[in-house]
Design a protein around this ligand. Structure first.
Ligand code: ATP
Ligand code: MG
Length: 562
């Protein structure tokens, strides 16, 4: 991360708080963590948390750990751990330590015994249903379990038997003994350990009891000497429990939890549960489908790490929930790519155009700037021949007066070349336009006396003899409505946009683009930004449209928000 990137970040309540604490000498360094559960791929919402955690530590001279919150063996997999590491690295961040909540299972077990021995936890042998019913409601206090006041020695013996595998799943749970009448339901003797005879991806069959998220999280923070445990607002009500556990356990440090609003983006879903459904039910090709809001998906789509970091910085960090328009994400990509993507010519829906006064068999190599605003990117030669491809919608037979592209008898400039005039329109038996016959004005070439002659329109083109025939995939919003999960009575998958993917199988690209390596990105002039798909090969190129040149959605979104 560059230091200018950090210093351009606007202030927020977390940064202000940490700055004050650092200035008052409360901390020597700031240590944060990003704590994903390895049960799916990271999405753009996680990016907000990653950027915040890494930025705070870096800014105040500390570091960030990557901690896998792997306390639920049923849903966690090694492939998700690998994908998460790849995504965080790709975003541009280097964690100090790779940690796992499962690294602390021994310590957490000892902490549980500590609570038991101090009369602060007990084994409840009631079933889950009963425990849930006794929890009470927001207006009514909970009911104490008949096991609540059993002797500590009894709970210890049972807990040790649970750990030894002597009891089946569900035979008992360990609960913290806090207050069944607490207004905050999280404090009504929460379950902190469960029996689960299930192998764990990292600890194998060493354990058959697993700590709850709440019991593992704060203690893991303390073990790692995390100073600030930044998390999303839904954990605000868990903070009193987080603090209670830290106060009653012999932990090596005292972290503090601070909550911020999660990122929501319209026309998509940001929840692993829903994203998992999209993948498992085959609504998309996989976690890295370019329509997915996963980091793997938008990376394949062509998003750059810089554009995502810029986006996260722009949206800032607050305590109030909001929905960010998808177009804001796209604008950040456009801004980033506009500055650096080399320009190329490509025709997505080709129409044949014959230059009747261009000698047959001849090739004229024309000079083209790789980036008109950035001469450092140099120039390249593009071949002009008698037959070229132009975009179908750059020609209209019955054109309105303000149509400045090609029309019968009309003139247009070919980008990087010369002015042409449409002399003849060739149609098939069904009346479809199949070919245009045009003549070019040699005087309008660069360096010629007529080079400055003005016509209203300029269009792009590709030499038919040199064109690289390519599959191009165009993407649209994955959902048709701004908030697909809003209505509880409608399954969110029913809102999937059936036109979210359009495959063009005979796009024509400027020569050389078939050799574009993975990670390259181009502006196809007048069309948008495109990247080779990871599956693209020189003999069968495939390009993905990352984003269009202009925002066609901002207007729509404005209409929706009114
Ligand atoms: P999901 O809601 O998608 O299932 P999660 O919270 O279960 O996500 P975790 O792997 O537990 O996923 O999240 C890791 C971290 O990322 C947590 O600190 C969580 O608060 C944060 N996070 C998750 N989603 C968002 C979001 N939309 N915006 C900001 N931070 C998020
Ligand atoms: Mg979570």
């Amino acid at each position: 991360m560059s230091s200018t990137e950090q210093s351009s970040a606007p202030n927020n309540f977390i940064r202000n708080r940490i700055r004050k604490e650092v200035e008052s000498g409360q901390y020597d360094q700031i240590v944060t963590r990003f704590p994903p559960e390895p049960n799916g791929y990271l999405h753009i919402g996680h990016a907000k948390s990653i950027v915040l955690n890494f930025a705070m530590a870096a800014e105040f001279g500390g570091y960030t750990n990557l901690r896998f919150d792997d306390t639920n063996p049923a849903r966690e997999e090694q492939r998700f751990i690998d994908a998460i590491k790849e995504d965080v690295s790709w975003l541009g961040y280097q964690w100090k330590n790779e940690c796992h909540a499962s690294d602390y299972f021994d310590t957490l077990y000892d902490y549980a015994l500590h609570l038991i021995d101090n009369g602060l936890a007990y084994i409840d042998e009631q079933d889950g249903e009963t425990i849930r019913e006794q929890r009470g409601t927001l207006t009514e206090p909970g009911t104490e379990s008949p096991f609540r006041d059993r002797p500590a020695a009894e709970s210890r013996a049972l807990f040790e038997r649970m750990r030894a595998g002597e009891l089946p799943d569900g035979a008992g749970v360990l609960r913290a003994k806090i207050d069944m009448a607490a207004p905050n339901i999280n404090l009504r003797d929460p379950v902190i350990y469960r029996i689960r005879h299930q192998a764990h991806p990292r600890t194998g069959t060493d354990w058959c009891i697993y700590p709850s998220y709440d019991f593992a999280h704060g203690q893991s923070d303390a073990i790692e000497h995390i100073t600030h445990s930044l998390c999303t607002l839904e954990f605000e009500d868990h903070r009193p429990l987080y603090d209670w556990l830290l106060e009653h356990l012999p932990v090596p440090s005292r972290p503090h939890q601070i909550e911020f609003a999660r990122l929501n983006i319209d026309f998509t879903v940001l929840s692993k549960r829903r994203l998992t459904r999209l993948v498992e039910e085959g609504h998309v090709e996989g976690w890295d489908d370019p329509r997915m809001p996963t980091l793997a998906g938008i990376r394949r789509r062509g998003f750059t790490p810089q554009s995502i970091r810029n986006f996260c910085t722009e949206i800032g960090v607050t305590k109030s929930e909001s929905v960010i328009p998808y177009s804001v994400l796209e604008r950040n990509l456009r801004d980033d790519l506009n500055a650096r993507a080399p320009r190329r010519m490509a025709v997505l829906r080709p129409l044949k155009l014959v230059l009747t006064n261009f000698p047959e068999g001849e090739v004229e190599w024309l000079q083209a700037a790789n980036h008109p605003q950035n001469p450092d990117q140099g120039t390249r030669k593009v071949p002009m021949t008698r037959e070229i491809w132009i975009e179908q919608d750059d020609f209209l037979e019955q054109a309105p007066r303000k149509f400045f592209r090609l029309k019968p008898g009309g003139e247009v400039r070919l980008r990087n070349a010369f002015i042409i005039k449409c002399d003849e329109v060739i149609k098939d038996a069904a009346g479809n336009v199949v070919e245009l016959h045009c003549s070019f004005d040699p005087e309008s070439r660069s360096g010629q006396p007529g080079a400055d002659r003005k016509v209203k329109g300029t269009i792009h083109w590709v030499s038919a003899a040199h064109a690289v025939k390519t599959e191009v995939r165009l993407y649209d919003r994955l959902f048709r409505v701004p908030n697909p999960a809003a209505d509880k009575n409608v399954d969110f998958v029913d809102h999937i946009n059936p036109d979210s993917l359009e495959v063009l199988d005979s796009a024509m690209l400027e020569p050389g683009l078939d050799q574009a390596g993975h990670g390259a990105c181009f502006q196809f002039e007048r069309l948008g930004y495109f990247v080779p798909d990871p599956a693209s090969r020189p003999d069968k190129p495939v390009f993905n449209q990352a984003v269009t040149l202009r925002d066609t959605w901002a207007k729509l979104e404005k209409a929706f928000s009114q």
